[in-house]
Design a protein around this ligand. Structure first.
Ligand code: DP6
Length: 401
């Protein structure tokens, strides 16, 4: 029987607390500042990718959710595939008994376990799964940090999806990008109580992509320089310390401050970029009030909001507060679809919009049902996983299943 060279891997979504925004090298994808994220649980959100190498394949091909994507010469996909192939070539040179599969073309199929329509950035999970599947196919002895250097060239934020838990992308200083890579600050098991609530905010207008938006910020925002030189380095140190000490209030305050500053540099861009909308701002107002009421009652900050290049909110909190926050969000943003209670908090019932004690209801207005399309409850999770051959996304001929 002919050997089949194939592997399947999954990779997680990550949401940054300290944001990556701006490149010093657009081809190698080298950032102007370091960043830090939480890896989300793959039971709730993940990308799965199968890669196969076969002498019979005539060219490299890739299908995303069963639709073929063009692998443009010199583009991001081609760069990642070439990077992995060159690692395999080096590896083959070290051991003559290895099959010369670096010379074969590959077929790659990828899919997400969450609807693309959810409006979540799926490119980070996608490129991390691509690189992980190829690393497994090629049996490479590489570390996740080394793989992150290749995933980074697919999409900057993808490099952080090579690890689980709490992950820093160290910006590096070298021109060739060899020190611009992800490192794990702490594993999931160090602080498993961190949960996340993703509020998928309806948005009909097509926004500015991260790639073009951040380039415009680099070219026109005088505030960005201040952020990268004076703000982010200290925040990276402070948030890493907060994670190591499991200090939620400090973690939360830094996360909110950095989301705010990222959106401030967007506003400082010429022409200005607006990613948040009225619903996003209402969620900020409710989380600010939630924290105020908690502190006024003698407690501590209990939740943090953060926003990427779009109106969706991600709310980080400790497990014990998730139910209360789902009730709170439901009060202002009654959902059109039933809440999918992945962690069994509501024992078969639905949230009714209960407000916590001491909460000032007037901080935001109530929206119509449907202003939030979907509420996804998830938690901190592990890094990429390798799946067995029975999980393959390719049929015997190397076509997507
Ligand atoms: C706001 O990684 O999507 O989500 O490197 O051009 O592919 P490219 O950009 P991308 O930018 C993500 C920006 C962000 C912040 C973050 O994830 O750190």
């Amino acid at each position: 029987m002919m050997a089949v060279y194939e592997a399947t891997a999954t990779a997680p979504v990550n949401i940054a607390c300290i944001k990556y925004w701006g490149k010093r090298d657009t081809k190698l994808i080298l950032p102007v500042n370091s960043s830090l994220s939480v890896t989300l649980n793959q039971d709730d959100l993940c990308a799965t990718t199968t890669a196969r190498a076969d002498l019979a394949f005539e060219r490299d091909r890739l299908w995303l959710n069963n639709k073929e994507e063009e692998i443009k010469a010199g583009g991001r996909l081609a760069t990642c595939i070439a990077g992995m192939r060159s690692l395999r070539r080096e590896f083959e040179k070290t051991d003559n008994s290895l099959p010369k599969i670096a010379e074969y073309h590959v077929h790659i199929a990828s899919k997400n376990n969450f609807p693309t329509a959810a409006g979540l950035a799926s490119s980070a999970a996608g490129f991390a799964a691509l690189v992980s599947a190829l690393a497994q196919l090629y049996k490479l002895p590489t570390t996740p940090s080394e793989l992150s250097i290749i995933a980074r060239q697919g999409s900057g934020s993808a490099c952080r999806s090579l690890f689980g838990g709490y992950v820093a992308w160290e910006m590096g200083t070298k021109d060739d990008g060899s020190d611009s890579r992800a490192v794990q600050v702490a594993g999931r098991e160090h602080w498993p109580e961190i949960h996340a609530l993703i509020c998928v905010v309806s948005d009909i207008k097509k926004g500015t992509s991260s790639t073009s938006g951040m380039q415009r910020t680099v070219e026109t925002s005088p505030l960005l320089q201040h952020r990268t030189s004076n703000i982010v380095p200290e925040r990276m140190t402070a948030i890493s310390k907060a994670i190591k000490e499991r200090d939620f209030p400090t973690f939360a305050q830094l996360t909110m401050a950095d989301s705010n500053q990222f959106h401030a540099v967007c506003l400082d861009t010429e022409p200005p970029i607006f990613y948040m909308n009225d619903v996003s701002r209402a969620i900020i107002a409710t989380i600010v009030e939630y924290n105020r009421a908690a502190v006024a009652a003698g407690g501590e900050v209990k939740a943090a909001y953060t926003y990427d290049a779009g109106p969706n909110a991600v709310i980080y909190t400790l497990k014990e507060n998730v139910k209360e926050i789902i009730e709170l969000v439901s009060h202002y943003l009654p959902h059109a679809v039933p809440f999918k209670d992945a962690y069994g908090l509501f024992a078969g019932t639905q949230p009714v919009g209960r407000l916590p004690a001491g909460f000032n209801e007037a901080v935001a207005k109530k929206f119509e049902a449907g202003a939030v399309k979907n509420l996804i409850h998830t938690s901190v999770g592990d890094g990429p996983q390798v799946l067995g051959p029975d999980q393959s996304l390719l049929d015997t001929k190397g076509q997507p299943l």
